[in-house]
Design a protein around this ligand. Sequence first.
Ligand code: NAP
Length: 292
Amino acid sequence: MNTRHSVTVIGLGPMGRAMAGAFLDRGYEVTVWNRTASRADALVERGAVLASNVEEALAANELVILSLTDYAAMYATLETAIDALAGRTIVNLSSDTPEKARAAALWAAERGAVQLTGGVTVPPSGIGRAESSTFYSGPQHAFDRHRSALEVITGRTDYRGEDPGQAALMYQIGMVMFWTSMLSYWQAIALAQANGLSAADILPHAVDTANSLPGFFTFYAERIDDGQHTGDVDRIAMGMASAEHVLHTNTDAGVDGTLPGTVLEFFRRGMDAGYSGESFSSVVELMMTGRG
Ligand SMILES: NC(=O)c1ccc[n+]([C@@H]2O[C@H](COP(=O)([O-])OP(=O)(O)OC[C@H]3O[C@@H](n4cnc5c(N)ncnc54)[C@H](OP(=O)(O)O)[C@@H]3O)[C@@H](O)[C@H]2O)c1
C-alpha cells in the first residue's frame, strides 16, 4: 500500500470528480467509489479504479478523501464498511456544522480511523489549481503526513489546529458570506430586470460594488475587535433611512421585499436597542446576543 501516490476518493459529485481528476493528472493511482456508479465512468476511462463497494474502496488506500453532500451521507456510506475503517485517514471535505465534524472525528477514532476535516473554498473549476485554498483541522500528524497529497486538491492549505470543528467553522464563515452575497446579487438583478436593465447592463456596477467591500471589512475589523462602534463615519439612523429607500425601490418595482426588508429589520432593531447614533456595525452586537 503506497500512501504517497495512491488515494481513494469517495463521492463523485462535481467536487469529488474534480478531485479524482486532479490526482490522476498528477499521476496518482486513484480508487473511486460513488453511490451512483456511472458517475465514475469518465474517471475510469482515464485510469481510475472503480471499487465495487465501500469496503474495497477503503481497503485500497490509507488516505481516503470524502466529498459527500453532508456528514449524514458519510455515515450512510461508511457504516456499510465499518470493519475497513481501522488505520485509515479520512479527509472529510463534505460540508456540515463544526459540531457534526467534531462528532464524526470521535466516531472515526472509536473505529480506529483518523479524521481530518476540510473546507474547500473553491468550486470544482478551482480544484487542482495552485492558488486555490482549503481549510484543514484535526490531528497535526495526519495533516503533515498527507500534506503533499492534499496540495494536489488545492495548492494552498490552511491548517487551523487540532480541533476538528475549526475547518468546518471557517468553511461556514465563508459560506454565510457567499450565500447572502449571492442573494444580494440576485436581488440586484431582479431590481434591474424589473426596470428594463439586464444582468449584463449592471455587471460593471455590481463588480465595482463588490470590490469596494474589502475596504469596509478592513476598516471595521479593528474597530469591532476593540468593541468600538463609534458613529463617526456612519450612523445606524442613516443606515435605516437608506435601507428604507432600498426596500421601497424594490417593492415599488414589484420586486420581492424579503431580503431588503430583513436588512431594514436589523437597522430597526439597532434603533430600538438604543444604537441610533452608533455605527451600523453595532448590528454585530445584536447578532451576538441573538436579538438580531
Ligand atoms: N460544488 C461546489 O462548488 C462546492 C464548493 C465547496 C465545497 N462544496 C462541498 O463539497 C461537497 C461535495 O460537493 P458536490 O458539489 O460534489 O456535491 P453533490 O453534487 O451534492 O455530490 C454529493 C455526493 O454525495 C453523494 N451522496 C449524497 N447523499 C448520499 C448518501 N445518502 N449516500 C451516499 N452518497 C451520497 C452523491 O452520490 P450520488 O452521485 O449517488 O448522488 C455525490 O457523490 C458538499 O458538501 C459541498 O457543500 C461544494
